[in-house]
Unconditional design. Structure first.
Lengths: 680, 280
């Protein structure tokens, strides 16, 4: 901790903890000397905090010193430990928040969205915590500046402090390595560059090979951020992000090769200006995502490319009008270009479907006014009005909200009733959120997704912040939610149109999340439990069915124990109800192949998912010519080797002339890793 | 101690509650499965089986799906014949129902009814006209001295768009098995159509699947004109056979059967047959 003052004086510095868990600093001068400025900088070992707005903030780089997945720190992996947040499957990628679809969750880096922020199998996200360590996560309660999404918002950002010297880290793991370096280019300009690449096939290649199948995979991502701070009130940032993933799966038993390539490319320029009583922010960004799923078999290849790109300019003014009134207002303009999934077929004479480029435009204005009624109660009301147009289809959407925040000694309570809209849909062949699921804009046949949300968030700190508790209750009514109903071979049809295969329906999610954390002492950690229901109805014939994203019960326990100044141990235990699946009523044989007769859609569940991950970190510091902090991390995923089932079916065993139950289990079983990282 | 017992009890109840939410199967009463066909100038054949409900056992003998004492009749609208059941090791499962008293004619509608143990399933299908095969081209597979790939060229039957390819080794007394990706939809008004012919992929084969044919083999290739309902079944069949179990693709669900009160497919087929010697 350091203090900077313009004049020497005797000061009494008092450090306390607010009910929300945020540290408060009070400076008292015994000689009654007036200070122009006091800056207090503190580094806390506490990695997560819950703010008064109910949003959770975490320092992913600090978390990465203890918890690692395959040698990599991963902010999204930490979010999955929160109650009400689910990753769906070990094979899948996606983050479902409180029963929402994966596409309802918005990921942003320094304010620009990423349309698919995952590497394969959800092993870790494409966003390196070395570059974007600050993570702010909102589950259901958002202000009116929140863009066109129905679910949670994950905001990852760089640190805002000015770099005085070279700062960075290097991480060397068994499947990938990365480096992040930030340095001042001048007194006003900083540059941070982060890059990561993998060599997963080299060490884990054997683990990824089955009896007749093999998986080949590599990834890389690059982030560059430049920050210009011309004065105390202004900060201009420019960001560039690129990731590229290549996956190939071969299966001799099927004579089928599957290749999937995907990547994001994004860039933004943002200007933040501090006013005497507020802040004004303007950002322009481009974010693009493309995916190509190719299935190749002899004499026949089907390539299914899809793309989305978004160009946007948006701004926000946050102004305190006086002690009791505050205004947030702004605008957002967006141009979307979408290439929905289409089929490029080789070796088959059924004709190719045509590539279709769709363009949509979106303009939004929003305003929210806050009124502090009494010191402990703030009420706010706002509206976001969005105009949307695609082709001949156009609509105007109004999303009002009413929010109440109460701060009392017994805790902080926040309640919101609000409407949300989402003009983009994401659908496809995968129920577990793979990158092959494509984005598509709303039009006359595919209405805009709407949600009416009621949410309550309650936070309380105990024993001077040593313990915290957070409770969320939510109910969300959905309209216009979408689902893909096509089959792969339908793509061979020359008349294939992706829109013809999308169902539109309605749904609802409700549930409760609770999390208790111990924040101080040698033993820290958290325990969370969530209960959630998510239902959808796409046509009257099937009626209401369980959503794929429903996670009825989930329990997460995270424990960290600091053995000494050098050693720390951590452990994560996850236990969830199995993913909803359509149960098998019977199986039968036709044409010497076994087929399933499925029951009511998603009316069953896979066996319960549970997994224990263990991790140990040894750290030390060296100060020869540069102060370095070293970490060696040993991690063991799925420490007791539980075979978590991902697919169930029945097949025929020709050796024993029997039908047998076939289970495809998770990738992760006794998955060890070691990594070395150094920070400077 | 009292509280500890309370906590343990509470945790046990919660964990039991959580574990109880586990059902990947929802057993149903058995139903009949018809896997049958009648070809132009051919005789009706039905492989009659029944569905198996997944029970507690992870393994089930194949004999459990056999229907040995069922009654199967086929009608062409004027006559009805009863098919005779018999063991036949050339088929799988090794028991079929057939009759030589009725011969398929394009344009006629054929109905099948199967009953057994209180269960009755039926289906009806009109036999389309035959297509005309103009040639089967064999080509050596790149980097292989012993495998060839086939391409079938044909002229569609007038007004017919839906076809199914089945093959078997020449001289085999077994059924002609569905070719891998064998469901074909011709473009409207197409003069000629060219499609690859793959070897059948079956769960009963002990070998890894190869879609190619071995040099020197003699293969019978049948191109069958089928109705749209039968095509829908075989398209779903192909989708499941090709992509079922693939983690990238969610199962397309149940096959669209044309059998009432049962499963499977009943097909009246206008057949063009071609025998080809596999040689580069």
């Amino acid at each position: 901790m350091s203090c900077v003052a313009r004049r020497a004086a005797r000061l009494l510095l008092t450090v306390g903890m607010a009910a929300s868990g945020v540290a408060c600093f009070a400076v008292e001068s015994r000689d009654s000397v007036e200070l122009r400025e006091v800056e207090v900088v503190a580094t806390s070992t506490r990695t997560t905090r819950i703010g008064e707005s109910g949003a959770l903030t975490m320092d992913a780089s600090l978390l990465g010193r203890t918890l690692r997945s395959l040698g990599e720190a991963d902010a999204v992996g930490y979010l999955k430990l929160l109650p009400g947040v689910s990753g769906g499957s070990d094979y899948g990628s996606g983050l479902s928040v409180q029963g929402g679809d994966y596409s309802h969750t918005l990921f942003r880096i320094n304010g620009m969205p990423l349309f698919f922020p995952y590497h394969f199998g959800g092993i870790f996200s494409v966003v390196s915590p070395m570059h974007f360590p600050l993570v702010k996560f909102e589950k259901a309660i958002h202000d009116r500046s929140a863009p066109s999404r129905l679910g949670g918002i994950v905001d990852m950002s760089t640190r805002r402090d000015k770099l005085e010297s070279v700062r960075g880290s290097v991480n060397i793991g068994v499947i990938s390595s990365g480096v992040s370096v930030g340095f001042p280019l001048s007194n006003t300009v900083d540059l941070t560059v982060t890059a990561r690449t993998s060599y997963i096939d080299r060490l884990y290649g054997k683990l990824l090979k089955g009896k007749s199948s093999a998986i080949y995979y590599n990834l890389r991502d690059v982030c560059v951020t430049a920050a210009w701070t011309p004065g105390e009130s202004d900060r201009v940032t420019a960001d560039f992000f690129l990731n590229s993933d290549n996956l190939k799966v071969t299966d001799d038993a099927y004579a089928l090769g599957t290749v999937m390539k995907w990547g994001n490319v994004a860039g933004s320029v943002g200007w933040c200006h501090r006013l005497s009583h507020g802040e004004i922010t303007n950002t322009a960004y481009y974010s693009g995502f493309n995916n190509s799923l190719t299935m190749e078999m002899p004499q026949l290849g089907i390539r299914m490319p899809s793309e989305i790109s978004q160009l946007s300019v948006n701004g926000r003014l946050d102004l305190s009008l006086d002690r009791n009134w505050r205004l947030k207002t702004g605008y957002a303009l967006m141009l979307n270009r979408v290439i929905p999934q289409w089929a490029d077929v080789n070796g088959y004479s059924r004709g190719n479907a045509e590539l279709v480029k769709e363009h949509s435009r979106e303009a939004a204005l929003f305003a929210e006014i806050y009124r502090r009624v009494v010191p402990s109660l703030t009420l706010s009301a706002g509206v976001r009005v969005t105009g949307y147009e695609q082709g001949s289809y156009g609509t105007v959407l109004a999303d009002p909200s009413v929010t109440a925040s109460l701060s009392r000694p017994w805790g902080d309570l926040m309640m919101q009733v609000a409407s949300y809209s989402q003009t983009l849909h994401q659908v496809g062949f995968s129920e577990i959120g793979m990158s092959s699921n494509f984005w598509i804009g709303s039009d006359g046949s595919l209405p805009v997704q709407r949600a009416l949300s009621a949410a309550v968030n309650y936070n309380r700190s105990f024993l001077d912040g040593r313990y915290t508790m957070s409770v969320d209750l939510y109910y969300k009514r959905l309209r216009g939610c979408s689902e893909y109903d096509g089959i792969i071979l339908g793509l061979l049809d020359g008349n294939y149109q992706s829109r013809d295969n999308i169902l539109s329906g309605k749904g609802y999610n409700y549930g409760a999340d609770i999390m208790v954390s111990k924040n101080f002492g040698k033993l820290t950690g958290s325990a969370g439990y969530a209960y959630g229901i998510a239902r959808r109805m796409f046509d009257d014939k099937t009626g209401w069915v369980t959503a794929s994203s429903e996670l009825r019960h989930s329990v997460n326990l995270w424990i960290r124990y600091n053995l000494s100044t050098h050693w720390s141990l951590s452990s994560v235990f996850t236990y969830t109800t199995g993913r909803p699946v359509t149960p098998i009523k019977a199986f039968y044989m036709v044409g010497e192949n076994v087929f399933m007769d499925y029951g009511r859609r998603n009316s069953g569940n896979l066996p319960a998912y549970h997994r224990l991950d263990l991790s140990a970190t040894y750290s030390w510091t060296t100060r020869k010519w540069l102060s370095l902090r070293h970490f060696i991390n040993l991690s063991l995923l799925n420490a007791y080797g539980h075979r978590n089932v991902d697919i169930v079916g029945f097949n025929y065993d020709s050796d024993d002339n029997l039908f047998y139950r076939k289970e495809v289990t998770s990738l992760y079983r006794f998955m060890p890793s070691v990594s070395y990282s150094v920070e400077f | 101690m009292r509280y500890r017992l309370l906590y343990i009890s509470l945790i046990s109840v919660v964990m039991t509650w959580l574990v109880a939410c586990n059902n990947t199967t929802a057993p149903s009463a058995p139903s009949l499965v018809i896997d049958g066909w009648i070809d132009s100038d051919g005789y009706p054949v039905v492989v009659l089986t029944r569905t198996i409900s997944p029970g507690d056992s992870k393994k089930t003998p194949v004999a459990d799906c056999l229907v040995r004492w069922g009654k199967v009749t086929v009608s062409d609208g004027e006559r009805e014949v009863v098919l005779t059941g018999s063991s036949n090791e050339n088929y799988f499962p090794p028991y079929i129902y057939r009759s030589y008293e009725m011969k398929g004619e394009p344009g006629r509608t054929y109905s099948v009814t199967a009953s057994y143990d209180g269960m009755t399933a039926s289906s009806s299908c009109k036999m389309p006209s035959r297509p005309r095969i103009t040639g089967v081209v064999t080509r050596k597979v790149q980097d292989s001295d012993s495998l060839c790939e086939l391409t079938l060229n044909f002229v569609p039957a007038a007004g017919e768009r839906f076809y199914h390819i089945v093959t078997r080794p020449y001289g085999s007394r077994g059924r002609m098995l569905p070719s891998f990706m064998g469901a074909v939809k011709a473009d409207v008004g197409a003069d000629t159509v060219s499609v690859p012919v793959y070897a059948p992929k079956t769960d009963t084969s002990p070998d890894d699947f190869s879609p190619y044919f071995k040099t020197g083999d003699i293969i019978e290739v049948a191109l069958c004109t089928i109705t749209p309902e039968v095509y829908d079944f075989w398209l779903g069949y192909d989708e499941e056979v090709a992509f079922g179990g693939n983690q990238f693709v969610t199962s397309s669900g149940n096959l669209q059967s044309n059998v009432m009160n049962g499963y499977g497919v009943w097909s009246a087929r206008g057949v063009a047959l071609h025998t080809v010697v596999i040689a580069p």
